[in-house]
Design a protein around this ligand. Structure first.
Ligand code: AMP
Length: 114
């Protein structure tokens, strides 16, 4: 989608520290990490948020979550524990309106999140 920074990262038009990628998804390091390891898992295809995902997106959503787990393994935080979260809507803190799952780890994580 024109003007979407995550579409542009997926297309290689905006630089990012990419950890993993395949035909459907890209994993890269968050530019403003909130934990020692902070990754973002995105679909290449533009979906604004989880709220507008459709039944046709079910396989892609599953692939995104499985990729989040694989990214945690590759980043070395699988054994110590990590959190996967997607902020949905401005009230929940979503600031980039291209679906993404945060993968956070490398420190103790409080619950509930603020
Ligand atoms: P959210 O606020 O949940 O929508 O998460 C968006 C995340 O994207 C934030 O944690 C930002 O730090 C991160 N972010 C925004 N632009 C970039 C970028 N160009 N490269 C990497 N991470 C980014």
């Amino acid at each position: 989608m024109d003007g979407c920074v995550f579409c542009r990262i997926a297309a290689g038009e905006v630089p990012a520290r990419v950890l993993l990628a395949d035909d459907e998804v890209v994993v890269f390091h968050d530019v403003a990490p909130r934990a020692p390891t902070h990754l973002l898992v995105i679909p290449r295809r533009h979906i604004a948020s989880l709220a507008v995902a459709t039944p046709d997106d079910a396989a892609l959503l599953g692939h995104l979550l499985r990729t989040a787990a694989e990214a945690a393994r590759v980043a070395g935080i699988a054994d110590s524990g990590y959190r996967v979260v997607t902020n949905t809507g401005p009230g929940a803190g979503q600031s980039v309106f291209h679906l993404h799952f945060h993968v956070l780890g490398g420190r103790a994580l409080g619950w509930p999140p603020g």
